[in-house]
Design a protein around this ligand. Sequence first.
Ligand code: HEC
Ligand code: HEC
Ligand code: HEC
Ligand code: HEC
Length: 126
Amino acid sequence: MRKFFIGFIALLFVVSMAAVTMVYAGAVKAPDKPLTFENKKGPVTFEHSIHIKAGLKCETCHHMWKDKTKEPKGCKECHKAKKEGNVPRLYNMAHKSDHSCKGCHKARKKAGKKAGPTKCSGCHKK
Ligand code: HEC
Ligand code: HEC
Ligand code: HEC
Ligand code: HEC
């Protein structure tokens, strides 16, 4: 009986460790290096770590991310220079609405919460 019990506990341990490993292997991680957007107004740097530490959810920005076992698509795979169908143009992706870069910073600043830059030169570096 005792042997059976120890065997059972050992099995439980192995199974749970395997489950933990699977969860970690499957989870998509945000890039830990800053990303740079090149554009005519001057390059913009974006750091995931700062935004994640501020408590933002992945889905707020990756608003079309459904399959969580795969990396989210890049914004520019959908948002192009000009509006296409119901997809707003790249400019709006970056500056308009509460889940765009500038839009979120502006809304949070107005609400008295900590936020990123809202001035052009705060994001676009020459
Ligand atoms: C404040 C907005 C924001 C938040 C929050 C955010 N991301 Fe991102 N993420 C971006 C932007 C912008 C890009 C760049 C997309 C591009 O290059 O078009 C990006 C790129 C990525 C990429 C790389 C895609 C590629 O091909 O380069 C991955 C992976 C990713 N994010 C995962 C995550 C995960 C996981 C979380 C949550 C833990 C998260 N992101 C939270 C805005 C955000
Ligand atoms: C699979 C295509 C797709 C991807 C990928 C995508 N978007 Fe969008 N986005 C859309 C569509 C469609 C809309 C309009 C409908 C809506 O708001 O959901 C939109 C709307 C927006 C808006 C609202 C703009 C406005 O004028 O009100 C913002 C901001 C935005 N996206 C930001 C992003 C960011 C940032 C990323 C990358 C982290 C991203 N999107 C990735 C398809 C996409
Ligand atoms: C939904 C809200 C939200 C969105 C969307 C968002 N940000 Fe931010 N951003 C923040 C907050 C909050 C902070 C302040 C974090 C802090 O001070 O701890 C911040 C900080 C920053 C900073 C300052 C970092 C520093 O060194 O202090 C930059 C630059 C920045 N964001 C760029 C961007 C860019 C570029 C995008 C779009 C690709 C973006 N942000 C999208 C909320 C947002
Ligand atoms: C919170 C950060 C942020 C602020 C503030 C900001 N921008 Fe941007 N801007 C971006 C990002 C991100 C992009 C997208 C770059 C890319 O993907 O090429 C962008 C792109 C642009 C583009 C190119 C659009 C296109 O279709 O190629 C122009 C022009 C621009 N911004 C002008 C401005 C001006 C003018 C201001 C000030 C009134 C400003 N931006 C403020 C982040 C910002």
